[in-house]
Design a protein around this ligand. Structure first.
Ligand SMILES: NC(=O)c1ccc[n+]([C@@H]2O[C@H](COP(=O)([O-])OP(=O)(O)OC[C@H]3O[C@@H](n4cnc5c(N)ncnc54)[C@H](OP(=O)(O)O)[C@@H]3O)[C@@H](O)[C@H]2O)c1
Length: 307
């Protein structure tokens, strides 16, 4: 338990900063439900998969390769289906969509958990900045491909981050999606994470009236492999910060699991959650025109990618 969480009270959901994924699902039977979790081999995704399976759900766990997915799935108790889904490779994402469809799997939620953070130098996939491509475009292809597989009350959960507040002033720099007009590691990460929240917002708008819903989530700040491409001192700072104020991995996985599973979820489709309660994102996450434009630009990008 961190020092900070001792001073934080519970929110309206009955959960708080310190709640773990096991606590937010206590007493809940997920038998008969199926969840897809991207990035199931590490950090929050692995813990989310473990707890969902522990509660009786079947979990489709995806990772960059089938080998990684298989190993991760084998490491938890319960029913799992390992699939490859390399988010920076549209063919791999589409193959994952096809595999879910071919198996006739219906999904109670898609948890778009995988992500990369603050790459020190500009890297690209298919001509686009890599964090935007991996965190947003890869998941855009996956989710739009799987919408028909969602159960009538199925949910889409996008892992955003409070780091979305560091996105460019305009939200998304549509004229700089390749990074050629300037690159900042945190600005690009922030842009990819505001894209996750805007995608949830626009998806919620498009799904209105169907029973299917979409949300975005800030999991907290947690020492995971997410810092892998950064200066090793950052990992040290995370390790030192954990007992003081950071969340543990079981606490970090709580909000995504809560939003994916809670039968009495407080909040509306499109909302941004933090600490297993409705949170308050940057103002422009509510900018419908921006969210709509991002969707349309994403469709254009996807249409130009290798089939
Ligand atoms: N940890 C935090 O403090 C924090 C804070 C705010 C938001 N988040 C968000 O929470 C989510 C989970 O992060 P985490 O902390 O659990 O990090 P993590 O331990 O690094 O896990 C990230 C997962 O994403 C996968 N991934 C990365 N690139 C991928 C790609 N191109 N295709 C498919 N999978 C890919 C990783 O696979 P490999 O292991 O194979 O690379 C790994 O399974 C991320 O979306 C992150 O932005 C985390």
């Amino acid at each position: 338990m961190s020092l900070y969480e001792r001073f934080v009270s519970k929110g309206p959901s009955g959960f708080s900063y310190g709640s773990t994924a096991e606590q937010v699902t206590e007493g809940l039977s997920l038998t008969g439900k199926t969840y897809l979790v991207t990035g199931c081999n590490s950090g929050l995704g692995h813990e989310a998969m473990r707890v969902l399976a522990l509660r009786g759900a079947r979990v489709v766990g995806t990772a960059r390769s089938e080998d990684k997915a298989r190993q991760a799935c084998a490491s938890v108790t319960g029913q799992t289906v390992p699939l490859a889904c390399e988010l920076s490779d549209p063919r791999s994402v589409r193959a994952c969509v096809d595999a879910v469809k071919a198996r006739g799997i219906e999904l109670d939620a898609i948890i778009c958990n995988a992500g990369i953070m603050a790459l020190p130098k500009l890297e690209k996939a298919h001509g686009y900045e890599l964090q935007f491509f991996t965190n947003h475009i890869g998941h855009f292809i996956l989710v739009t491909g799987l919408l028909d597989q969602l159960t009538p009350k199925g949910r889409v959960v996008m892992l955003s981050s409070d780091a979305h507040r560091g996105a460019p002033k305009s939200g998304i720099e549509f004229d700089n999606l390749d990074g050629s007009k300037g690159y900042g590691a945190w600005r690009a990460y922030g842009q990819s994470k505001i894209a996750n929240a805007l995608f949830a917002k626009e998806l919620a708008r498009r799904l209105a009236g169907t029973g299917k819903t979409a949300y975005s989530v800030h999991p907290g700040v947690i020492a995971t492999n997410l810092t892998r491409s950064m200066n090793p001192l950052v990992a040290v700072a995370f390790a030192v910060g954990t007992p003081l104020a950071l969340k543990s991995i079981p606490q970090g996985a709580a909000t995504e699991v809560y939003v994916a599973t809670n039968p009495r979820l407080l909040g509306a489709s499109g909302d941004y959650f933090a600490n297993s309660n409705v949170g308050k994102p940057r103002g422009d996450v509510r900018d419908e025109a921006l969210a709509k434009r991002l969707w349309e630009v994403s469709e254009t990008i996807v249409a130009g990618l290798p089939q």
